[in-house]
Design a protein around this ligand. Structure first.
Ligand code: ADE
Length: 224
């Protein structure tokens, strides 16, 4: 799995991938994340990559040429399965889409800023548009970080406990059940007896019931 992220603010992303599971995944060779500064592909001395919108209106628009040059330089080196543009008007991200994307080999994630990218970038290069929620961020970087994190944790070998990702919330359209660890008694607040019983089948049944209860209460839409 290789993920190339195109941004005009690379510093926003660099530390995110330098820690924890994402760092380990890269060190172990399970995933490679490369952040590219779109400004490096600008041809003017001020390294600008945006301009006023044709037709007027507030806000700058990211130009096609620097983005096109960056994408073409990457495509000269390898074939990409998807070029994903992070945008609030994209398809809402869910676990099913993340599962699909985790099976791909090479991905480009394009982060927008200002009023977004020239529509021709979307028409000519982008194969998929994704939103991480019905709210507007100041740029696509956080959305790209969310998406890359979500994808990479599913790549085989990345999580220590391979079954762990399968029991996440959403994997079976259910929210995850409550979890507990030591101490078994915190100032009189005890862990449910069933979890201390050692009875595996009963524990599984309890977890399923709790997951169902939580989903009914919090996200009944998932059960439709
Ligand atoms: N860029 C700005 N807001 C966004 C969102 N909600 N999802 C993806 N990219 C974005």
């Amino acid at each position: 799995m290789r993920i190339d992220i195109l941004t005009c603010v690379p510093a926003l992303l660099e530390s995110f991938f330098a820690h924890s599971i994402l760092k380990r995944a890269q060190q172990a060779g399970h995933a490679e994340v490369k952040v590219h500064d779109i400004r490096d592909y600008s041809t003017n001395k001020h390294r600008t990559i945006d301009d006023y919108a044709f037709g007027g209106g507030a806000g700058m628009v990211m130009q096609i040429e620097p983005i096109a040059r960056c994408i073409q330089a990457l495509q000269a080196e390898r074939v990409y399965d998807e070029i994903i543009y992070l945008t609030p008007d994209g398809a809402l991200l869910n676990q099913k889409a993340v599962n699909q994307l985790s099976l791909k080999g090479n991905l480009i994630l394009l982060c927008g800023h200002y009023k977004g990218v020239d529509q021709r970038v979307r028409d000519l290069f982008v194969t998929r548009e994704i939103s991480i929620g019905d709210y507007v961020l100041s740029g696509g970087e956080l959305a790209a970080a969310v998406l890359a994190d979500d994808i990479i944790r599913l790549v085989p070998g990345v999580l220590y406990d391979e079954t762990s990702a399968l029991t996440d919330s959403f994997q079976d359209n259910l929210l995850a059940p409550p979890v507990y660890t030591r101490p078994a008694d915190y100032e009189g607040h005890k862990v449910p007896d069933i979890l201390m019983s050692g009875h595996e089948a009963k524990i599984e049944e309890w977890r399923y019931e709790q997951a169902l209860k939580r989903t009914r209460e919090r996200r009944p839409d998932l059960l439709d």
